[in-house]
Structure formats: structure tokens, C-alpha cells
Design a binder for this molecule. Structure first.
Ligand SMILES: *[C@@H]1O[C@H](CO)[C@@H](O)[C@H](O)[C@H]1NC(C)=O
Ligand SMILES: *[C@@H]1O[C@H](CO)[C@@H](O)[C@H](O)[C@H]1NC(C)=O
Ligand SMILES: *[C@@H]1O[C@H](CO)[C@@H](O)[C@H](O)[C@H]1NC(C)=O
Ligand SMILES: *[C@@H]1O[C@H](CO)[C@@H](O)[C@H](O)[C@H]1NC(C)=O
Ligand SMILES: *[C@@H]1O[C@H](CO)[C@@H](O)[C@H](O)[C@H]1NC(C)=O
Length: 466
């Protein structure tokens, strides 16, 4: 034991001795190892010139600084992921949409944040992964990892991704320091300082991360060692960043928005249907869903198909006694979990509507069904669709050419070019936190309405059990 401590001390002394005798450039800022920062993105011109850094938030969205995005058009910027090199490797994605933070000001650099949506699904892999956004700024003194390809004063080759370990500064200390330079630090900004290295041109938009959470977007930098780097505070802008995402079709949603949502999966973790928590032991879904896979599990409390959540095993399930698999009448089932479902902010039951929805009622349908077709694109994050209840006769007419007869215990919604799709089935449609339908026939936005089982018609049956 004492031997270990002694040798540790010797090692520390030896290292600091070496460090101080070396040129500062290699002390704090080093080449990143391949795949060490899989969320890192290089924003490049169509001619492959690196402009700014960014970070992968999910399969379609990249976070960067607004200053990087204001003067570009979607046609002349690409997102490159999966490589540490500016010269080779990686996968290039084209950009469909650029969203600048609505409060961004190019003079003061307040709210310097922006989002980029790629035209196609970003594939994850060994060297490509999303990063989570921090909910709180770490304490001052915390060392974060800033990554970038900037022309740092201390680096010799700008072609390889660099990582700079730098410390969060006390807000007041930084504000005072910056005011001397004539810059007024704002509350949605914070600073880091490293006496040996700084961010420099090309690092803008890059993420600073600690404990696998991004807490800043590099915004204002001078390339001068004595001056702190300034970042946009991610916990402050994350809310508005998420609102921007939600307004786009195929909208990704965030953790505790739909706490009643359930993913039904095979024991090999393959998602095949949606469902909703209706009480501590019961999940509501469609009768078709419970017959699809012989042995399945219930996953609650996560918006992601690939991580998080709590798994419950199925004790048994009950199909509605009047269910008819030909007509899809009473397409409803209750699943009983073996263990009591633990409620939390991310896990809560939904109320069941007592009254039928009016024509024109807008409900939110949630699910992990495909988001495009073809080519088939399956989201990792839960999607939400606002869709409108239509007239029963209009819906019935829409299906007559398909030889399907709409039933009285069904209703329909329609939204142009959007709709539930395949594995959205069994999922809830909710208005005012009351579930009024179970998705029964998902038409994938093909021009047909989506068909649901009316919850008020089966409420009595549900209440007998839950
Ligand atoms: C940078 O390196 C110097 C010398 O080793 C060290 O004293 C300092 O703590 C390092 N700073 C950070 C933020 O790692
Ligand atoms: C932040 O740093 C200052 C010194 O720069 C220190 O006085 C203060 O206690 C620190 N605050 C926290 C919350 O760590
Ligand atoms: C998104 O939905 C709106 C209506 O909600 C529609 O007008 C628009 O065309 C859709 N955009 C895409 C890209 O599908
Ligand atoms: C299901 O409905 C069809 C059409 O109305 C009917 O012919 C069939 O007998 C029904 N099946 C059951 C099991 O009730
Ligand atoms: C659906 O949207 C397209 C354009 O995106 C429009 O031409 C068409 O008329 C719309 N259909 C309906 C039924 O609203």
C-alpha cells in the first residue's frame, strides 16, 4: 500500500517536471484518438473547406453556433461525421434545414446557437454517436473537453481533431475580466480558461463536454492565450433548441413530454408496437399488437429505442372480447406487467377519455414508427404528430375503394402527407392528457386517414381490470 502511494507521488513529480520543460503546445491540447469524440461534426463548404464544429444530437439534427450558420445556405454546407481528419474519411450528409436561435444577435453574440437538419438519417456506429445536452452548467473549476479543428496557436497540424481540456470559470470573474476588454458577458454565456491553450478560428460551434453531456457551444474566441473562451450556455438554450425541433414534421420529442408512452419490444429489443400506461400494472395497446410476437416486453421511461428506460415483463394480456381480426372491430388489448410500474417524471399513466372526440379535435399521436417510406427510415427517438379528427362519413368513403368498412367503434384522423406508420400501431392519441384512441390502422401518410379504436367505447371494459 505505502509502496503504491510513494510510486504515485514520484510519478506525479516526474510528469510535472517533464511538462514544464516541454513546449506548452502539447501539454493540454492533444490529438483526439479515433472515435473518442463520436458526436463531433465538421461543417464544411460544398468544396470541403472546414468552417465550424458541431455536435450530433440525434439521427437528423446537429447543434452548432448561430454565427456559423447565418451566412450559409443549405446548398453550400455539408455535415461530415465519423472522422478525426479534415482530409480523409467520414460520411458526408447534406443539409435540409438551418434553424438559427430566434434571439441570436450577431453583434453581442447572445444566444449563439443554431440547429442543422440533415436530409438523410445519420447512421450511428463505432465512431458516430449522438451527445446528450446537459440540464445544468457544471460548477466552476470543472474541466471540460472542447474539441475542434481550429487553427489553434498551440497546434502544428490543424488537420486532426484536437481536444483541449479547459476549466469552467466563475461567471463573475469572467464577466470582470471581459468587461476590461469591452465585452459584456451575458447570462446565457459562460467562460473557460486554460493558461496554455485556447480555441481559435474554426473551433466555433464546437461542443464542450463533461460526463458525456454537452454543456456549451464555443462562441466567442480570440486565439489569445490570456483571454477566456466564451460559450453559449447549453442548459439555457436547450429548451428553445428543442422547441425548434418540435415544429418540424417528423418531430422528435423530449423526455418527459409523453410519460405514458410505452414501447412494446421483442426480448431481443426489437420495437414492434406502441402502447400507453393506464395504471400501475396495466398497459393499453391494440389486440393485433399482442398477437404479433410470442414473447415480448414493455419498455417505459425513455424516448430512445437504443438506450434508457425500464423494462417490465409481461404477466399476461387480454384482448377485447369483441375483437374481430377481420374487421378490426374493438382492436384493443390490456397487458399486465409482472411488476408494479414505478412512476416518475418520465413514467406516468394517461387518463382515458369519457367522451368521443369532436370532428376537428387535434390530438397528439406518438410512436417510433418509420418516418419516411421509401426509403424506410426508422427513428431512434419518439416522434409526435398533431393530427385532426375527421368526419366519420368522409373516412368511411375514403376506405370504400379499398373494400374496408369503417366500424362504429372506430374514428379517423387525417393530416396531409403525415400519419402513423407500421410500428406506431397500438399507440395512443391524446388531447388534454386524455387518451381518446388506440392506433389501429396506420396508413403511413399515403393519402388515407389513420383509423383508431375509440377509447370511450372500451372504457368500461378497461376499468374492470385496471
Ligand atoms: C495544463 O497543463 C499544465 C502543465 O502540466 C497544468 O499545470 C495545468 O493544470 C493544465 N491545465 C488543464 C486545464 O488541464
Ligand atoms: C467559483 O470560483 C471562485 C473563484 O474564482 C470561488 O471563489 C467560488 O467559490 C467558486 N464558486 C463555486 C460555486 O465553486
Ligand atoms: C409539414 O407539415 C405541414 C402541415 O402540418 C405541411 O404543410 C408541410 O408540407 C409538411 N412538410 C413536410 C416536409 O412534409
Ligand atoms: C368477424 O367479422 C366478420 C365480418 O363481419 C364475420 O364474418 C366473422 O364471423 C367475424 N369473426 C368473428 C370471430 O366474430
Ligand atoms: C396535400 O399537400 C399538397 C402539397 O403539399 C397539396 O397539393 C394537396 O392538395 C394537399 N392535399 C390535401 C387533401 O390537403
Amino acid at each position: 500500500m505505502s509502496f503504491y502511494i510513494v510510486s504515485f507521488l514520484v510519478l506525479v513529480v516526474a510528469l510535472s517536471g517533464v511538462a514544464s520543460s516541454l513546449n506548452a503546445r502539447i501539454v493540454n491540447e492533444t490529438n483526439a484518438a479515433n472515435g473518442e469524440y463520436p458526436y463531433m461534426v465538421s461543417l464544411r463548404t460544398a468544396g470541403n473547406v472546414h468552417l465550424c464544429g458541431g455536435s450530433i444530437l440525434n439521427h437528423y439534427w446537429v447543434l452548432s453556433a448561430a454565427m456559423c450558420l447565418v451566412s450559409i445556405s443549405t446548398a453550400n454546407v455539408n455535415v461530415v461525421v465519423g472522422t478525426n481528419s479534415l482530409r480523409f474519411g467520414g460520411v458526408i450528409y447534406q443539409v435540409e434545414l438551418v434553424v438559427i436561435h430566434p434571439s441570436y444577435n450577431s453583434v453581442t453574440l447572445i444566444y449563439d446557437a443554431g440547429l442543422i437538419k440533415t436530409t438523410t438519417y445519420i447512421r450511428y456506429g463505432l465512431v458516430v454517436e449522438p451527445i446528450c445536452l446537459a440540464h445544468v452548467l457544471p460548477d466552476n473549476g470543472t474541466v471540460g473537453a472542447l474539441t475542434g479543428w481550429g487553427f489553434t496557436l498551440t497546434s502544428t497540424s490543424e488537420n486532426n481533431l484536437k481536444v483541449l481540456k479547459t476549466k469552467v470559470m466563475d461567471q463573475t470573474v469572467c464577466k470582470n475580466k471581459m468587461s476590461v476588454l469591452g465585452y459584456n458577458l451575458q447570462f446565457m454565456q459562460f467562460c473557460t480558461f486554460n493558461e496554455y491553450a485556447v480555441g481559435c478560428v474554426g473551433d466555433n460551434g464546437g461542443p464542450i463536454v463533461v460526463d458525456n453531456k454537452q454543456f456549451g457551444i464555443l462562441s466567442w474566441l480570440t486565439c489569445i492565450i490570456d483571454i477566456p473562451d466564451i460559450y453559449t450556455n447549453v442548459p439555457i438554450v436547450r429548451v428553445s433548441a428543442e422547441i425548434e425541433k418540435r415544429i418540424i414534421n417528423g418531430t422528435t420529442v423530449y423526455n418527459d413530454d409523453y410519460p405514458y408512452m410505452v414501447s412494446l419490444r421483442s426480448t431481443a429489443n426489437y420495437h414492434f408496437c406502441g402502447g400507453s400506461i393506464v395504471s400501475r400494472f396495466w398497459v393499453l395497446t391494440s389486440a393485433v399488437c399482442v398477437n404479433l410476437i410470442p414473447d415480448f416486453i414493455v419498455v417505459v421511461g425513455t424516448n430512445s429505442l437504443s438506450f434508457g428506460g425500464v423494462i417490465y415483463k409481461v404477466d399476461y394480456f387480454l384482448q377485447h372480447p369483441l375483437f374481430n381480426s377481420t374487421t378490426l372491430s374493438y382492436n384493443a388489448a390490456l397487458i399486465k406487467t409482472t411488476n408494479r410500474i414505478q412512476f416518475s417524471r418520465q413514467v406516468l399513466p394517461v387518463f382515458l377519455a369519457r367522451v368521443l372526440p369532436f370532428v376537428g379535435t387535434v390530438g397528439v399521436l406518438t410512436g417510433w414508427g418509420p418516418t419516411s417510406l421509401p426509403p424506410l427510415s426508422v427513428p431512434d427517438q419518439l416522434e409526435a404528430l398533431r393530427t385532426t379528427v375527421i368526419e366519420q362519413s368522409v373516412c368511411a368513403d375514403a376506405f370504400t375503394d379499398r373494400g374496408y368498412t369503417l366500424q362504429s367503434m372506430q374514428f379517423c384522423t387525417f393530416s396531409n402527407k403525415s400519419g402513423g406508420c407500421y410500428t406506431d400501431a397500438g399507440g395512443p392519441i391524446v388531447a388534454g392528457y386524455r387518451q381518446f384512441g388506440i392506433l389501429s390502422i396506420a396508413t403511413c401518410g399515403s393519402g388515407y386517414p389513420d383509423v383508431y379504436t375509440r377509447v370511450p367505447y372500451i372504457r368500461q371494459w378497461i376499468m374492470k381490470y385496471i
